[in-house]
Design a protein around this ligand. Structure first.
Ligand code: F6P
Length: 326
């Protein structure tokens, strides 16, 4: 006879397209095993406030194509305190939940890791963030959709940039990671990407200017990562205005439109595979790991390692952009 488990699922931190596909996969994967599922609303905040509903297969019908998260999300200050986490633990015990699945980014998985440690409670992490900054997976859920959204927007800006002979600085999300900036620059044919990881280049703007806003080109697109380490798009636009007044400069901050929208097929498939693998991992007795896919192989990375921020933007990507933007 199968052991019947009860699991809880929550989404936390910034929403990411594909989170619903992951909630769906976890729910149906668990029900397939004969387990019970509680959907927890508003992330850790909702867990503290006991906002949970039992999920059936129908609870996740018609959700795979929707952006955002049907469970809603939050960034919880209270969960940062031991008292907050104690309330969360009590609520899980009261409902008989014996494992927690957390879909989120760096901060959310750090919360799951702390919670697992405090109460010796099994937690499984699912990488859900547009930033792609989790170690142990080639791609996080939502990254591909956000990347495509950015590329579509930059293509449009290209039209007006070339019509007016202007330099555009386009700021994209990513927090402290430059994946969205670097890869959208390659995909959209931008002249440069300014990213926090490119430590080899102390002054990325001067290099860009030095390389030439070339005579053969009369407009330029520079993608800037939002990180405080880069200073953001406004900072570079101001510098150009003072140091190179001959150029006509504009700024576009893409902002939250990058986080919304219908998930791509890639994100839906990734989320579905990770969700099913996460249920399998719990069944096999794994705990406190993040499930990822690397080189098309499932990976089970200790959460502590996944959140360490040592996932580099490959130098090869920096070189590709440099070579192709001459
Ligand atoms: O982590 C996802 C993300 O969209 C980052 O790219 C961005 O820096 C951050 O969330 C914004 O968070 P919030 O919506 O809480 O301001």
């Amino acid at each position: 006879m199968k052991e019947v488990k009860t699991i809880g699922i929550l989404t936390s931190g910034g929403d990411a397209p594909g989170m619903n596909a992951c909630i769906r996969a976890l729910t149906r994967g668990a029900i397939h095993e004969g387990w019970r599922v509680f959907g927890i609303y508003r992330g850790f905040e909702g867990l503290i406030n006991n906002e949970m509903t039992e999920f059936t297969t129908e609870s996740v019908s018609n959700t795979i194509q929707r952006g955002g998260t049907i469970l809603k999300t939050a960034r919880s200050q209270e969960f940062m305190t031991y008292e907050g986490r104690q309330k969360a633990y009590n609520n899980l015990r009261e409902r008989g939940v014996d494992a927690l699945f957390v879909i989120g980014g760096n901060g959310s998985l750090a919360g799951a890791e702390q919670f697992a440690h405090d109460f010796d409670f099994p937690c499984i992490g699912l990488p859900g963030t547009i930033d792609n900054d989790l170690y142990g997976t080639d791609s996080t859920i939502g990254y591909d959709t956000a990347l495509n959204t950015i590329v579509e927007a930059v293509d449009k800006i290209h039209d007006t940039a070339t019509s007016h002979d202007r330099i555009f600085f386009i700021e994209v999300m990513g927090r402290d990671a430059g994946f969205l900036a670097q890869n959208s620059a390659i995909a959209a044919g931008a002249e440069a990407a300014i990213i926090p990881e490119d430590q080899t280049d102390m002054d990325q703007l001067s290099t860009f200017i030095g390389r030439g806003i070339r005579k053969s080109k009369n407009s330029s697109i520079v993608i800037v990562s939002e990180s405080p380490k880069t200073g953001g798009a406004m900072h570079y636009a101001e510098r150009i205005r003072t140091e190179y007044p001959q150029y006509d400069v504009r700024v576009t901050i893409l902002g939250y439109l990058q986080r919304g929208g219908t998930p791509t097929a890639f994100d839906r498939i990734l989320a579905s595979r990770l969700g099913v693998a996460a249920i399998e991992a719990l069944k096999e007795g794994q705990r406190n790991v993040m499930i990822g896919i690397k080189n098309d192989e499932m990976t089970y990375v200790p959460i502590a390692k996944a959140i360490k921020k040592d996932k580099p933007v490959e130098k090869e990507l920096i070189d590709v952009l440099g070579i192709l933007s001459i």
